[in-house]
Write a protein that binds this ligand. Structure first.
Ligand SMILES: *Cc1c(COP(=O)(O)O)cnc(C)c1O
Length: 226
C-alpha cells in the first residue's frame, strides 16, 4: 500500500511541478508519520523516503529508538514545548514549528550546550486561526529579527498550516502570503543568509502549495492510508 501510495503521490507531485513550471528536484517530501508504527516508517524508507515528520517529541523518541538515525532525517512538525527542547534537539534535523522568540532562545541555548547549530523554520499562522500555533503574520518579521542574532540556530525558512477546508483552493492566499513573507525577510536582509525553505502543503492541498512556491511538502495520509 505504501509503495503504491508513494508512486501515485510522486507522479502527482511531478505533474503539479510540470503545471507550475517548477523543478521536481527542488521539492522535499516529508512523510508525516504521526500515529504510524516503526514498521510503516521503515516501509516508507525502503520505498525511498528520506525525510520523516513527527508532531510529538515523545512519540518520535520511541520510534527513533527503534529505527535510529540513518540515511534519512527526522523533522518535528508539531508544537514544541519548552521542556521538550533538549530531547528534540537530539532527534530532529529540522524543527518546523518555532513559533516564538522565546522558544528560539531556548533552542539556541540547548544547541549551544550540545555544541550544535539547530536548523529551524519559523511557523506562521497566516490565517490567524485561533486553533493553531504560529506567529501572526504581522509579528513574524520582528520575531525573525530577534532570532537572527542567535548563533546556535539557523533559520532555514518558514512553515504554515492552511486552515481546514474541503476546498484545497482556499489554501492559496495563505500559501501566497507565506511566500511573500519569506521574500520580504530576504529583501530586508533580516538574516545575513537567505531563507530558502517554504514548508507548506499537506495531503489535500500540496498541488496548490507547489503552485505557490512550496519546496517542502508535509504529507501523511496520502502516503500511509489506503
Ligand atoms: C499531520 C500533519 C501533516 C500531514 O497531514 P496529512 O493531511 O496527513 O497529509 C502535516 N503537517 C502537520 C503539522 C501535521 O500535523
Amino acid at each position: 500500500m505504501i509503495r503504491d501510495n508513494l508512486s501515485r503521490l510522486k507522479a502527482e507531485i511531478a505533474s503539479a511541478c510540470l503545471k507550475a513550471n517548477r523543478n521536481l528536484e527542488d521539492i522535499t517530501l516529508v512523510a508525516v508519520a504521526k500515529g504510524r508504527g516503526s514498521e510503516q516508517i521503515s516501509q516508507a524508507i525502503a520505498c525511498g523516503i528520506s525525510d520523516i515528520g513527527e508532531n510529538r517529541v515523545q512519540e518520535a523518541a520511541e520510534k527513533y529508538g527503534q529505527i535510529g538515525p540513518g540515511r534519512f532525517s527526522w523533522h518535528l512538525v508539531g508544537h514544541l514545548q519548552g521542556n521538550k527542547v533538549k530531547e528534540a534537539l537530539k532527534i530532529f534535523e529540522l524543527i518546523h514549528s518555532v513559533d516564538s522568540l522565546n522558544l528560539a532562545v531556548r533552542i539556541d541555548k540547548q544547541a549551544a550546550a550540545l555544541g550544535k547549530v539547530q536548523d529551524i523554520l519559523v511557523q506562521v499562522n497566516v490565517s490567524d486561526d485561533p486553533a493553531k500555533f504560529g506567529l501572526k503574520a504581522e509579528e513574524a518579521l520582528e520575531a525573525i529579527r530577534g532570532m537572527a542574532g542567535l548563533k546556535n540556530i539557523r533559520i532555514k525558512g518558514l512553515m504554515t498550516i492552511a486552515p481546514l477546508s474541503g476546498e484545497p483552493e482556499d489554501a492559496r492566499p495563505h500559501f501566497r502570503m507565506l511566500r511573500q513573507l519569506k521574500d520580504k525577510a530576504n529583501e530586508l536582509r533580516i538574516t545575513d543568509y537567505e531563507l530558502r525553505i517554504l514548508s507548506m502543503g499537506m495531503s489535500e492541498d500540496f498541488r496548490i502549495a507547489i503552485e505557490e512556491g512550496s519546496n517542502m511538502l508535509r504529507i501523511g495520509r496520502a502516503i500511509f492510508e489506503g
